[in-house]
Design a protein around this ligand. Structure first.
Ligand code: NDP
Length: 247
């Protein structure tokens, strides 16, 4: 088990992609801090499955868009687990609409959760990683951050911002043995994509060379690789998991 004795803090781990990442890293031997917004039942179900794998797990309700709350979260997780080796910034939301009608609060909400949340967690764990001289930071971006998307200016801006954050973090921490990479999933089946209108869903599916939607486990497999020792010389990268959508 390549992640034995490692501790992973994963945001948005109650459902979807974050849950699959939590389970995959637990299968690889890691203990897991499950961070979520408010869905206590889903978080508890994730925790039960991780416990079933024989790993240590704790759940933390925390709004990642709140600087002070994320600071308290990091303190509590470090007290509970003694260390954090892997940070996965996965929590994300959408508030779609054309720019013409997009409310400022919808732009801010998406930037605050999807981009500033990742900055906050990185900021609060920065000195911990520096002292340890090791660590893995994985930021879950999106192909939309690479290409843009009509109706998702806020989301695309946040996801593109995550790529800049990733490369800057990677440059600052590379000399300390800490890597930081971004993953750009394409269309992945989850509660987020289930909310799309059927017509939009079919249009996206038609644009995937692999001729199938991705599943959360497709993303989790890459996170597990990047979190492990075999990826110690890979940093500042943006890797797509999109069935060829971006070719
Ligand atoms: P889901 O909507 O299925 O799950 C979102 C998760 O984020 C939940 O665990 C939710 O917690 C948590 N969350 C939301 N807001 C906050 C917050 N403010 N603070 C803490 N946690 C929060 O999303 P997906 O699994 O589909 O997406 C996961 C990530 O992958 C997102 O960043 C998304 O943008 C990205 N992505 C997804 C793609 C897809 O096709 N699905 C494609 C490309 C990128 P709770 O359960 O408590 O609400």
């Amino acid at each position: 088990m390549q992640l034995q004795d490692k501790v992973a803090l994963i945001t948005g781990a109650s459902r979807g992609i974050g849950k699959a990442i939590a389970l995959r890293l637990a299968q690889e031997g890691a203990s897991i801090a499950v961070v979520y917004a408010g869905n206590h039942q889903a978080a508890q179900e994730t925790a039960n499955e991780i416990e079933g794998l024989g790993r240590k797990v704790k759940t933390y309700a925390c709004d990642v868009s709140d600087y002070n709350a994320t600071g308290e979260l990091v303190k509590t997780v470090l007290a509970d687990f003694g260390q954090v080796d892997i940070l996965v910034n996965n929590a994300g939301i959408t508030r779609d609409g054309l720019i013409l009608s997009m409310k400022e609060e919808d732009f801010d909400a998406v930037l605050n959760t999807n981009l500033k949340g990742a900055f906050y967690l990185t900021r609060h764990l920065y000195s911990h990683f520096m002292r340890k001289r090791s660590g893995r930071i994985l930021n879950i971006s999106s192909v939309v951050g690479l290409h843009g998307n009509a109706g998702q200016a806020n989301y695309a801006a946040a996801k593109a911002g995550l790529i800049g954050l990733t490369k800057s973090t990677a440059k600052e921490l590379a000399g300390r043995g800490v890597t930081c990479n971004a993953i750009a999933p394409g269309y992945i089946e989850s509660d987020m994509t289930a909310a799309l209108p059927e017509k939009a869903r079919q249009a996206i599916l038609g644009s995937i060379p692999a001729k199938r939607p991705g599943n959360p486990e497709d993303v989790a497999a890459l996170v597990a690789f990047l979190a492990g020792e075999n990826a110690s010389y890979i940093t500042g990268e943006v890797i797509r998991v999109d069935g060829g959508m971006g070719m």
